[in-house]
Ligand binder design. Structure first.
Ligand SMILES: O=C(O)c1cc(=O)[nH]c(=O)n1[C@@H]1O[C@H](COP(=O)(O)O)[C@@H](O)[C@H]1O
Length: 232
């Protein structure tokens, strides 16, 4: 059964056992799960298979960024594992994104393909240091429009930019927003943050939540508290 919740829980755990231990405390009808770089580098495809076996839809968050041929192959490999969603960096450029799209289409793979715009941990001063002399929201909009033109199903952005992207890219274009901090949680290393309720109102289609759930004494209770915030 497909999951209808907008919540994606980031399983940023150092081992397969730790990730599955957390997954076993969650309900696949009430959230999807995200497998990122650390977990995948340690556990490989086994973790994806184990999560599928437990009924979860998986967002494989490896943020591919390389020459077009390499990224197309990596995206295909991810999609062939049956993951629900995979991502690349929009700053890899049009030909990289188009190549990934074309590869999925050619093989009839329906995995959602999205592009990261500007990481939610970056603020103005960080962008200036890497040569981007514009506000984050301007760069996010530029990369989102490029991602849309290049055939992406949506983008990763902060909820602060979701509303503007709804206007320029449409409702159907996915806005997957990390940097979500429920009222009860700390900000950690995130910079462009919002509460779950505010993020949905702002135009996010999916909310990525990690530490506020995974580090909670009772992860399912934390998830319930977020659902309650969303219902308000
Ligand atoms: O692509 C992502 O998921 C991502 C993009 C981004 O801009 N910012 C961001 O935090 N993420 C991921 O979202 C998750 C956020 O985790 P918490 O900060 O613990 O809620 C982490 O797994 C990050 O890798």
């Amino acid at each position: 059964m497909p999951c209808h919740s907008p919540l994606i829980i980031a399983l940023d755990h150092p081992s397969l056992d730790a990730a599955l231990c957390l997954a076993d405390r969650l309900d696949p009808m009430r959230c999807r799960v995200k497998v990122g770089k650390e977990l995948f580098t340690r556990s490989g495809p086994d973790v994806v298979e184990a999560l599928h076996g437990r009924g979860f839809e998986v967002f494989l968050d490896l943020k591919f960024h390389d020459i077009p041929n390499t990224v197309a192959g990596a995206v295909q490999a991810a999609a062939e594992q049956g993951v629900w969603m995979v991502n690349v960096h929009a700053s890899g450029g049009r030909r990289m994104m188009e190549g990934a799209r074309e590869r999925l289409d050619r093989h009839g793979l329906t995995t959602r393909l999205i592009a990261v715009t500007v990481l939610t941990s970056l603020e103005r001063a960080d962008l200036v240091e890497v040569g981007v002399n514009e506000p984050a929201e301007t760069q996010v909009e530029r990369l989102a429009l490029l991602a849309k033109e290049s055939g992406m199903d949506g983008v990763v952005c902060s909820a602060h930019e979701a509303g503007r992207l709804r206007e320029c890219c449409g409702d159907d274009f996915l806005k997957v927003t990390p940097g979500i901090r429920p009222r009860f949680a700390a900000g950690d290393d995130q910079r462009r943050i919002m509460t779950p309720g505010q993020a949905l109102v702002a135009g996010s289609t999916h909310l990525v939540v990690g530490r506020p759930v995974t580090q909670a004494d009772d992860p399912m209770a934390a998830l319930s508290a977020i659902e309650k915030e969303l219902a308000q």
